[in-house]
Design a protein around this ligand. Sequence first.
Ligand code: AR6
Length: 170
Amino acid sequence: MKVEIIQGDITKSHVDAIVNAANTTLMGGGGVDGAIHQAAGAKLDLACAKLQGCASGKAKTTLGYLLPAKWIIHTPGPIWQDGMHHEPEILKNSYLNSLKEAEKHQCQTVDFPSISTGVYHFPLKQAAQIALSTIINFKQQAHYIKRVRIVAFDIITKEVYQEVLEDLLQ
Ligand code: AR6
């Protein structure tokens, strides 16, 4: 299983599954969630309404509809308060449960955004450490997944994830 960091717009990813940094209603919002709902079209809103929300750190899957990706794995990450409200554990669970959903749907390629580091204000470097260590540790359990990418929207996010990945692989 390869792990890569790229910069780009995750709604354009030609992969088996993209992950959505959602909220617990799963009914859309701003940031990457808004971009995914906009690009996937109204059928995604209908599918999400049927899911009746999702707890933080859990993950639920829909089709990708008008996206090039076949599946969308929706996971609400933690809202950063002070780091003492289980935020690291919840973020880890978002990555882990999303990877489990990807395996369940026999995905070979999975793209993640930087969950919780936008509107939810999780500190970027700590988020990158949790994201990448969880993905790397999942390698032993990955039967279908061959490549996982972090799709960073901005250059700072790309650079921080790249540095953390190099540190973890040393
Ligand atoms: N492709 C890849 N990454 C993106 C894109 C995109 N098209 N657009 C934004 N990002 P955020 P959160 C980056 O705020 O912190 C929503 O309203 C963005 O620059 O989208 O988990 C939900 O409904 C940042 O690096 O997600 C929730 O209420 C990263 O994606 C709340 O925001 C995550 O930023 C979730 O907040």
